[in-house]
Design a binder for this molecule. Structure first.
Ligand SMILES: [Fe+2]
Ligand SMILES: [Fe+2]
Length: 239
């Protein structure tokens, strides 16, 4: 598996894409090397405004430019981190510098990692089952350890059934960006799941939680968004 290079950030990255009404993809897409890759960040516009994951240090300027195309960064209320990995939280320092009102939201374990990214701000710590009202939407936090790191969490928007799934349901590609995958992605998802997360009980437990949720859209940390029979897809990724 080849990883993206910063030089190819220059191409194909001007797009902002609507995930659903009020939620935008503001991530970075790398078309090369094939099959491409994406570091996904999302902006939720509601009475409160939230960013889900910041991307990496090198992609933060791009995420910020896309953010500025949609909203004044000074109006961002929350930056929610699914976990404190380089590709999800590494851009936090730069994004926080432009979002003075924002409170960082993270699990207790991941919040302790934030100084690693040069961030001294204290975070609003959330745990499994906690919720955060944004207005019309309420975000529910699913504490699911080792969906990459010990304190990782997924985030579920109860209003529209959008699951921000971080490193679960992640895939390499696409080479040409479009927001939603049109074909079943099971093999692509399984490849990253096994490579990145392994065949663990943590992964099976996380997929079982997804089966029980009314998910309409999966917004992963990498690759394209998914819709359709998400419970069936989660079941097929359990074995
Ligand atoms: Fe990760
Ligand atoms: Fe990741």
């Amino acid at each position: 598996m080849e990883w993206p290079t910063i030089s190819n950030l220059k191409r194909g990255n001007t797009l902002m894409d609507k995930l659903t009404e009020g939620i935008y993809w503001i991530g970075a897409h790398f078309p090369e090397p094939a099959p491409g890759a994406a570091l996904n960040s999302f902006l939720i516009l509601d009475e409160k405004r939230a960013v889900i994951d910041t991307g990496a240090p090198a992609t933060a300027p791009l995420v910020l430019a896309k953010l500025r195309g949609l909203v004044d960064p000074a109006e961002i209320d929350y930056i929610v981190l699914t976990h404190a990995d380089l590709d999800h939280a590494g851009g936090l320092k730069e994004i926080l510098a432009a979002t003075p009102r924002a409170t960082v939201v993270a699990s207790e374990y991941e919040a302790r990692m934030l100084p690693m990214w040069g961030v001294q701000a204290s975070a609003k710590v959330v745990k499994d089952g906690d919720t955060l009202s944004l207005g019309r939407r309420t975000l529910r936090f699913l504490g699911l350890p080792f969906i990459c790191t010990p304190g990782s969490m997924l985030v579920f928007d109860e209003a529209d059934g959008v699951l921000f799934s971080s490193d679960l349901f992640a895939a390499m590609g696409p080479q040409k960006w479009q927001m939603f995958a049109d074909e079943p992605q099971t093999q692509a998802l399984r490849a990253v799941q096994e490579f990145k997360l392994g065949r663990t009980q943590y992964v099976r437990d996380a997929l079982a939680r997804v089966v029980d949720l009314p998910v309409k859209i999966v917004a992963p940390g990498h690759g394209q968004a998914l819709r359709g029979d998400i419970a069936g897809l989660a079941r097929s990724l359990m074995d």
